[in-house]
Design a protein. Structure first.
Length: 235
C-alpha cells in the first residue's frame, strides 16, 4: 500500500483550507511559469493549444495569456475545489477540467510543472502525457536533498530515460531557488565555507530541471527555436 500523502482529499483540503495561499502557493505557481517561459521558445503568435497538467489554482494562466495571447489554454487538476477557483479567476480566457491524467485531451503543448514529484507513477504519467501532445515539458526540483514531505523522489538528468528521448535545462527559479545576500550568499555560500571546515554536508543552491519531450506523430509542430540535440533514452 502506498504511503504517498498526495491523495485527492489531501489536495482538496489544502485548496479549501487556505493553506495553499498562506504558504504562497499562488505566488509560486505564477513565478514558476514566468521563469519557464524563456525555455519554451514558443513564438508570441503561437495559436495552438497549451495545456497545464496539475494546474492548481490556475495562476500560470495569466502568464501564458500574456505571452501567447492567441493560444487556447486548458488547465487540468484532480481537485474539484481548485477547478472551481480556476474557473472563477481565469474562466474568461481559459478552459478547466477536473480529473486525473486520463482526462487530458490532445494538445500541441503540455506543461507539467512541479507535479510529478508528488505522484507515484511519474514515468507512466509522463509517457501518457507525451502521447497526447507534440511537445511535453516536465519541470521538477533538481537533485532535491532533503526531500519535501510531499515529494516522492529526487530528480536528475537521467530520470526519464525509460520514457523516451528528451532534452533538459537546469536553472534557478524564483519560488524555489535561493536568491539575495542572505539566502544565497550567506546561508549557502558563506556558510558552506564553515561547513567544509567542520566536516558537514555542503548545501547546494536549489535548482529546477525542465525535460522537453517531442512526439513527432502527434499534431503539427509549434514554431519555436531548437533546443539542440536530444538525450537518447539509451544514452
Amino acid at each position: 500500500m502506498s504511503g504517498n500523502i498526495n491523495t485527492r482529499n489531501y489536495w482538496e483540503l489544502r485548496f479549501t483550507s487556505g493553506d495553499w495561499e498562506a504558504k504562497r502557493g499562488r505566488w509560486q505557481t505564477y513565478h514558476f511559469a514566468e521563469g519557464q517561459i524563456p525555455f519554451l521558445h514558443l513564438d508570441n503568435d503561437f495559436d495552438g493549444t497549451l495545456l497545464d497538467f496539475g494546474s492548481g489554482l490556475g495562476d500560470a494562466m495569466p502568464v501564458y495569456k500574456e505571452h501567447y495571447p492567441k493560444a487556447t489554454l486548458i488547465g487540468v487538476d484532480i481537485s474539484e475545489a481548485a477547478i472551481e477557483i480556476c474557473k472563477a479567476s481565469y474562466g474568461s480566457f481559459a478552459y478547466f477540467v477536473r480529473g486525473d491524467v486520463s482526462c487530458v485531451p490532445e494538445a500541441d503543448v503540455i506543461i507539467c510543472s512541479n507535479v510529478l514529484e508528488h505522484l507515484d507513477d511519474d514515468c507512466g504519467i509522463a509517457g501518457y502525457l507525451m502521447s497526447k501532445c507534440r511537445y511535453l515539458y516536465v519541470v521538477t526540483p533538481y537533485q532535491e536533498n532533503p526531500l519535501s514531505p510531499e515529494h516522492i523522489r529526487p530528480y536528475d538528468k537521467n530520470r526519464f530515460q525509460a520514457v523516451g528521448g528528451y532534452s533538459y535545462k537546469i536553472f534557478p527559479s524564483i519560488g524555489w531557488s535561493q536568491y539575495g545576500l542572505r539566502d544565497l550568499w550567506f546561508n549557502v555560500r558563506v556558510k558552506n565555507v564553515a561547513r567544509f571546515f567542520l566536516g558537514r554536508r555542503l548545501v547546494r543552491r536549489n535548482m529546477q530541471i525542465m525535460y522537453r519531450f517531442t512526439n513527432p506523430g502527434c499534431g503539427s509542430a509549434p514554431r519555436h527555436s531548437s533546443w539542440g540535440p536530444q538525450r537518447s533514452k539509451h544514452a
